[in-house]
Design a protein around this ligand. Structure first.
Ligand code: NAP
Length: 262
């Protein structure tokens, strides 16, 4: 088999992370997976083991730098062929019309940006030394959109994309591949709390297939659905005020149970 043998995935207990693991699971593959909910990780591990893979699970809150650093130090003591930096939190305007509280915003920044940056820097040292490996960042088409209802989430994804593109330039000559996926809306827990239009919503199975096909084909950026990515590219050429006006038709709120945003 020529595919990756040791695969690290953050947030593999549910959603896209779990679906990517399912589609990569085969005898000979070892998964190193984390998330906060051990019960979800245990259920994922049982499924992946039934498909012939080996699995190491760790309950880690990626907003805790000490726990995060200890986990990745242990994981990167062995060769990692593929690291999928997937875990993230979504949040934005609530039922009461208020934007996310500063503490919620800070947690999103920690999970969606600070954590993958810290993990990637650690993993890239190990991959550079090994002269091989792939870092797959799960960003979002939200990185390119004006989202008045989710400013922090958009910023974390735009920041992640900028970081990964820069890292790619640094690691490429040393044989380490950096790939960024920019998915549109997928059917996961994230879209279950999204109240508003979800153009191009796709089953998570299909999304994982698109990402893995892009990875296999050697692409550096995997953006889908294509018509939405094209729309965002064209929109970016328009004056700023026109871009913002187009996005007014896509306004949403997040039903996350956070009623008190003051
Ligand atoms: N769904 C969409 O429409 C969509 C669109 C574009 C991009 N994305 C991106 O796709 C990726 C996967 O999201 P998803 O849609 O699959 O949502 P999801 O089902 O909510 O998955 C997020 C995963 O991240 C883990 N996680 C969250 N906070 C964590 C923390 N502090 N420490 C450790 N693990 C944490 C969660 O596990 P625990 O709760 O157990 O910690 C969960 O398994 C994310 O990067 C998301 O931004 C999603």
């Amino acid at each position: 088999m020529s595919g990756p043998r040791r695969i690290l995935i953050t947030g593999a207990g549910s959603g896209l992370g779990l679906e990517l693991a399912r589609q990569l699971a085969t005898p000979g593959v070892t998964f190193i997976i984390c998330g906060r909910r051990l019960s979800a990780l245990d259920a994922a591990a049982a499924e992946l083991r039934a498909l012939g893979a080996e699995v190491e699970t760790s309950a880690v809150d990626l907003t805790d730098p000490a726990a995060r650093d200890a986990w990745v130090a242990t994981a990167s003591a062995g060769t990692i062929d593929l690291a999928i930096l997937n875990a993230a939190q979504f949040g934005g305007r609530g039922r009461d019309g208020m934007l996310e509280r500063p503490d919620v915003a800070a947690r999103m920044i920690d999970t969606n940006l600070a954590a993958p940056v810290a993990l990637a820097l650690r993993l890239s040292d190990q991959m550079r030394a090994a002269g091989q490996g792939t870092l797959l960042f799960i960003s979002s088409l939200g990185a390119f959109a004006v989202q008045a209802d989710a400013p922090t989430y958009s910023a974390t994804k735009a920041g992640l994309t900028a970081f990964a593109r820069s890292l790619r330039e640094d690691l490429g000559p040393d044989g380490v591949r950096v790939v960024i996926a920019h998915p549109g809306h997928m059917e996961t827990a994230q879209t279950e709390v999204h109240r508003g239009p979800l153009p191009g919503l796709m089953p998570v199975k299909d999304a994982a297939r698109v990402i893995l096909a892009g990875l296999e084909a050697g692409r550096s950026e995997i953006d889908f659905p294509r018509h939405l990515r094209l729309g965002l590219r064209l929109q970016a050429l328009l004056p700023w005020k026109v871009q913002a006006r187009i996005n007014r038709g896509l306004r949403f709120w997040v039903d996350d149970g956070e009623d008190d945003r003051t």
